[in-house]
Design a protein around this ligand. Structure first.
Ligand code: FAD
Length: 315
């Protein structure tokens, strides 16, 4: 069976859900071989094995791990040269897409970005124009390099025992143009990662800039906090929390939209949520057309009441 390269995206040294999703897609095409930039602990290898990784290749050379994207693309090209993979799968994100693009150029391959599904023959589905169209595409030249949006598929366990091997690479001076000089851990919010959370509470312009009630409801539910672009552009919440076409794509079990009108660009990032609850004081707000449960009311009243009720039932 042919091998499929999966580029691991480790979060604080642990395997994130998007990598497990890539493994599930890779397993449809061939034997998933995971590339880890940095050390792969026993726990990391075991986790990757639970979702079908047959090999784990670690690249620990500081010429890769101490630099930004260019050395990673060079390293992947060298790995691809020895493994002749049927495809290379990378998580869509700023870094992932840049690495993938550079890799595709080096391999003389076609590149598909932001896929939401990958079939056994390597063909992909993309959702474009804010979810209005599904595009089916295949790479016609070289090794398909595909970036996949987080939350595109549900990870499926497929037990395997991967061999962990160190892969030696040679990195050119040209690729070492931008070195990482400091890494500061983000202040932990104690909340789950937005792209992976089972419950997301998002606030929009209707918050008026006060996210306290959104955060309190999120904390009562063990949820992540999200925001609309209007809230982010107003400087009320950091950009990393923006949900939508130009932000994160989320697909939680429950998505609560508070003070968000439901513009098509926002919906593009959350419309695959399993259950959607909208709180909006305008009964005509477009978000209600999408909502499984709509509450017409002032979020400053509704959110604290829900948080209090959740706390009461949990006590
Ligand atoms: P508004 O549309 O202003 O809606 C605010 C809502 O809050 C209204 O429905 C109002 O009735 C309600 N409200 C007001 N006060 C209260 C209250 N006290 N209680 C309850 N409800 C209240 N947007 C995104 O979100 N994500 C994206 O990734 C994104 N990408 C974009 C990309 C492009 C190329 C473009 C052109 C736009 C993009 N947008 C994106 C912007 C998008 O078009 C909307 O402008 C934005 O989503 C609106 O945010 P909002 O719903 O918070 O604000």
């Amino acid at each position: 069976m042919s091998q499929v390269l999966v580029v691991a995206d480790l979060v604080d040294g642990a395997v994130g859900k998007p990598t497990l999703e890539l493994l599930t897609l890779a397993g449809r095409i061939g034997d998933p071989v995971v590339v880890v930039f940095g050390e792969a602990t026993g726990a990391v290898a075991a986790r990757l094995g639970e979702y079908g990784a047959t090999r784990v290749l670690t690249v620990t050379d500081p010429a890769v791990t101490d630099y930004l994207v260019a050395p990673k693309a060079e390293a992947l090209a060298q790995i691809a040269a020895t493994t002749t993979p049927a495809a290379v799968l990378v998580t869509s994100g700023a870094e992932g897409k840049e690495v993938a693009a550079r890799l595709a150029v080096k391999l003389g391959s076609g590149l598909i970005t932001d896929a939401i599904d990958v079939a056994a023959d390597g063909s992909t589905t993309q959702s474009v124009f804010a979810g209005s169209y599904a595009v089916h595409a295949s790479v016609t030249q070289g090794v398909p390099v595909i970036t996949v949006k987080p939350n595109a598929v549900t990870p499926e366990p497929a037990a395997a025992t991967p061999a962990v091997e160190s892969f030696a690479v040679t990195i050119s001076d040209q690729a070492k143009g931008a070195r990482i000089v400091a890494v500061e851990p983000k202040q932990a919010s104690g909340r789950p990662e937005l792209s992976e959370a089972a419950v997301v509470v998002s606030g929009g312009r209707g918050t008026g800039g006060n996210f306290d009630e959104v955060e309190q409801l999120a904390d009562s539910l063990g949820a992540a906090v999200g925001a609309s672009r209007a809230a982010v552009d107003s400087g009320w919440y950091p950009h990393a929390y923006q949900v939508g076409q130009t932000g994160k794509t989320v697909s939680p079990q429950l998505y609560i939209a508070a003070g968000i009108s439901g513009a098509i660009q926002h919906r593009a990032g959350m419309q695959t949520s399993k259950a959607i609850v909208a709180v909006n004081k305008d009964a005509e707000a477009p978000i209600f057309a999408l909502a499984d449960l709509g509450v017409v009311g002032d979020l400053h009243t509704v959110l604290p009441a829900v948080a209090a009720e959740v706390a009461r039932r949990r006590s």
